[in-house]
Structure formats: C-alpha cells, structure tokens
Design a protein around this ligand. Structure first.
Ligand code: ADP
Length: 461
C-alpha cells in the first residue's frame, strides 16, 4: 500500500512529546512490512538547527532521505521559522489556524505534485486534522484524490485545536460546515472534531483509552461524537523504538548496560547523582521526564511533594509546562537541595540519562492515551510507578511496576512508600527490573495492526 503520514512533529526532526516518537517510528515499521511510506511535516526552525540536510524540490517543499523513508517539509518563512512548534512561554501562537491550515493544504497538494497516489492518508491530532477535512470537502472533486482513505489518530483528546468562529472564513470552507455535526463546538471551530467526523476511521493509542474517551470523564466534550463513531473507533497501542531507547546501545548514557550486566546500571545512577549535585547515597532515585501539566499527575504530585521529600529518597525532574508547577517545583528544589534536582527545560540527552540512572520512574498521569515514559523506563530497568489509567493500565502491572488505583495524594504516597520498601529487597527488585527489561513493546506488532486497519478501509477487508 501507499501511505502518506501527515504529522506536525516527527523524531528526529522536531519533537515536543510522544506524538513525534510515534510519527518517526511507525513509518519505518510500515516500510519494513513492505509498504511505501512518505511523511509530510512543516519545516520548523528546529529542523535546520539540528543540522539535517534538506533538498529543495519546489519553491516551498524540501525533502530529507536520511531516516529510511522520504520526509517532505512544507516551508513557510513567516509561519514556521520560529523557536517553538505551537507556541512559546507566553502561550500558543495566535496564528496557529493560519499555520496549520496552510500546512494541511500544501500537504494535500504535494501528493499531486509528486504524483503520490496514496491509498491511505494517516493524520495525527488536531494539527493535521485539516488534511482530512479539506480532502473530504474540497479536494474530493479532483479525480486524483478520489478513493483515498483516511485514518485519524488521536494522541490526546485534551488538545483539540479550538479557534474563534471569526477565523472560520480563513479556512476557505463552506460556512455550512460550521454546524454541530461538523466543525462547530460551543460556537468555536474544533479541528479535532472535524478530524473525527470526516475520517474513514479513528484510532487512539491504547485500547483502554479508546473506551475512556467515550465517557464524560475523559471525552472532553467529544464523547458523544466519538460514541456515534464507535464502530470505526479502534485502539492500537504504541510501540517503542528500540533503536533509540535501548540501554545497550544508547549514545547519551554514561555507561551502556543490558540484562547480562545489570550492575552497570548503577554506574549510571552514580554519574546522574553527581551530574545533578545529589549526594552519592543508596536510596531509591526517582525520576520524572514530563510535560508539567495536571494531566501528567502534577496536581496530586504538588499536593504530595512536601511529604514525598521527607521520605528516604532522591528525585530528578526534567520538564516544562504550566508556570504554576514551575513555581511549586522551584520552591521545593530550593528547600530540599540534597533531595531534589530540578531541570526546567526540554533536553533529550538528559532524558536518556534519567531513564538509565534512576531506580523508579514517576508517571502518575490522571489520564494517559498511551504514554511512552513507562515503556522507556522499563526498557532501562527503571521501575514505573503509575496511576491505573489508559495506556498505563494496559502496560504496567504488579509484575513490572507499581500501580495506584485511586487518584489521590494519599494513594500515591502509599504506593511510593511501598516502592521504597520493595527497593530494600534486592531480589524482589531485580525481579521487577528483569520483567520490565524483558517486555517487548516493539513496533512490529502495532504496525501490523495498523496495516490490518488500513486494509479494512482500502479493500473493505
Ligand atoms: P506526551 O503526552 O507528552 O506525549 P508521552 O509519554 O507519550 O507523553 O511522551 C513523552 C515523550 O517526550 C517521551 O519520549 C519523553 O521522554 C519526552 N519528553 C517529555 N518531556 C521532556 C523533556 N522535558 N525533555 C526531554 N524529553 C522529554
């Protein structure tokens, strides 16, 4: 099959979170299964800063051939040559609708320009939802686009791409589409909703989350729309790219290790303690690599943090996000300098060092579509501690981690204490580490599930 993947962030070119990991790894896994895949993304400043070689193929399109599948970049100096992908510290860019509608139209036109007659266009999250909306409402009259099927993957329903109604004319769509059955949502434009309504099928990144988003608690107002499409709504768990997240080959960590020489993991712990200015101590070292948002459990973590820091442990945090949590964490790091090491930034090499050097990985997310942090940490023999939700519930259990099932500070702390006491039992701890490291979240199986779904749409098989 011919598959065009449209995503607003793709590893190794530009990343703010798990969407980029998925959009970078899935196309390669699909290619391995014998399919012809291309990726289309915006040409951000990050891409050039990272030093990738791009070849110009038309006035506003460049291509890179270094990762195994062609990656096409839509260039627009004014829209994409900026420090952030979607915004900066002060908030989202005010012209995001112009930016991503431009990207989406150009992505569709590009297919015709390079004569890539896709069987499937696979779009991800609100940023590329307009590819589907335009295809079904504007481009469908052109025979080149006839018959192209679309899959829309929702990575996080909490981010919907909401814009004011006044901006609607910019989209170049018929006003008739601004209604409850299409793009309108409480008098605003909702791009995610448009993607849901106009795609041939929808999926989320874990089975549990595909069910959760049909409920009022996790549907963020779209549960009704999703429920209507329940026969074409699927859950496919993300894989992990072991060419990037593997302690035996990782180029960023202090000392490589594997199941054969687990003791070398502790060299990473010592080096991380040193790097972070934490005393060399045999207490469990907790790590967190996360967007600092309530969704990621920062709300209950903030309530628990004072008691948490008084326990026998150390903590390294790497993240950026809501200012409110920056302030709380800065205060706690100042007051507990020998316990907490705080890094308020996005730093991929440091993330690798944390996954490798810590004993326990904290991921108390309130909801989690799939979550990659828990899978990455397991691959590094770092035991995840998670709330029982979405993809976390699908991947972590008492054999490979610690799970709490009431979303409260008390249940969280109780589970932290349980982890600390288990840590003292070397044999039990090793068993957990081994079980995690042996778990295989490879992309192969998930890519096969995607292919099956594509085939269902293309061949009605
Ligand atoms: P999200 O909801 O943010 O996409 P995921 O768990 O699916 O959460 O994926 C997060 C990805 O982003 C992981 O690869 C994680 O290591 C990475 N990440 C998150 N925050 C940071 C940071 N501050 N620095 C480096 N990497 C980060």
């Amino acid at each position: 099959m011919k598959i065009a993947v449209c995503s607003s962030e793709v590893v190794p070119f530009a990343k703010t979170g798990g969407l980029a990991d998925v959009s970078g790894a899935l196309p390669l896994a699909l290619k391995k299964l014998g399919h012809e895949v291309i990726i289309i993304m915006p040409k951000y400043k990050q891409v050039l800063d990272a030093g990738f070689r791009l070849r110009k193929i038309s006035p506003d399109v460049l291509v890179n051939d270094e990762i195994g599948v062609p990656v096409y970049f839509i260039e627009h100096e004014q829209f994409f040559n900026r420090p952030g992908l979607y915004g900066e510290k002060t908030g989202d860019y005010p012209d995001n609708l112009d930016r991503f509608s431009h990207y989406s139209r150009r992505a569709l036109e590009l297919l015709k320009e390079i004569d890539f007659k896709a069987d499937i266009i696979h779009c991800h999250d609100w940023q590329s939802a307009l590819v589907i909306i335009y295809l079904k409402n504007l481009y469908n009259k052109d025979p080149f686009y006839a018959g192209i099927k679309t899959l829309f993957t929702i990575h996080n329903i909490g981010y919907q791409g909401l814009f004011s109604k006044e901006e609607f004319p910019k989209l170049g769509l018929d006003w008739g589409l601004f209604n409850m059955e299409a793009l309108e949502f409480y008098d605003k434009i909702n791009l995610l909703k448009g993607g849901i309504v106009f795609s041939d099928a929808i999926n989320t990144v874990s089975v549990k989350y595909s069910k959760e988003i049909q409920t009022k608690e996790f549907g963020f107002g779209l549960e009704g729309v999703l429920h209507k499409r329940k026969d074409t709504l699927f859950g496919i768990i993300n894989g992990l790219d072991y060419s990037i997240w593997n302690p035996a080959t990782d180029k960023y960590i202090f000392k490589r290790y594997s199941l054969k020489k687990l003791s070398d993991k502790y060299k990473n712990k010592e080096a991380l303690q040193k790097l972070c200015g934490l005393p060399k101590k045999n207490v469990p070292l907790f790590g967190m690599v996360s967007r600092l948002a309530a969704q990621k459990g920062l709300d209950i973590f903030a309530l628990a943090i004072e008691q948490f820091c008084k326990l026998e442990l150390q903590l390294v945090i790497l993240g950026t996000g809501d200012l409110k949590y920056h302030v709380i964490l800065e205060d706690i790091a100042k007051r507990y300098p020998k316990v907490v090491s705080l890094h308020l930034k996005f730093d991929d090499p440091l993330a690798h060092k944390i996954y490798a050097g810590c004993d326990i990985f904290l991921m108390p997310s309130h909801y989690e579509p799939c979550g990659l942090g828990q899978m990455i940490s397991m691959s590094y023999g770092t035991i995840p501690l998670v709330y029982k939700t979405g993809g976390l519930a699908d991947t972590v259990n008492e054999k490979n981690g610690f799970v709490f099932s009431k979303y409260t500070k008390d249940d969280f702390l109780k589970t932290v204490k349980k982890a600390i006491s288990t840590y003292k039992n070397k044999k039990a701890w090793q068993k957990l580490m081994i079980s995690g490291m042996q778990t295989n979240f490879s992309w192969e199986e998930s890519a096969q599930k995607y292919v099956k779904l594509y085939k269902k749409l293309v061949f009605k098989a």
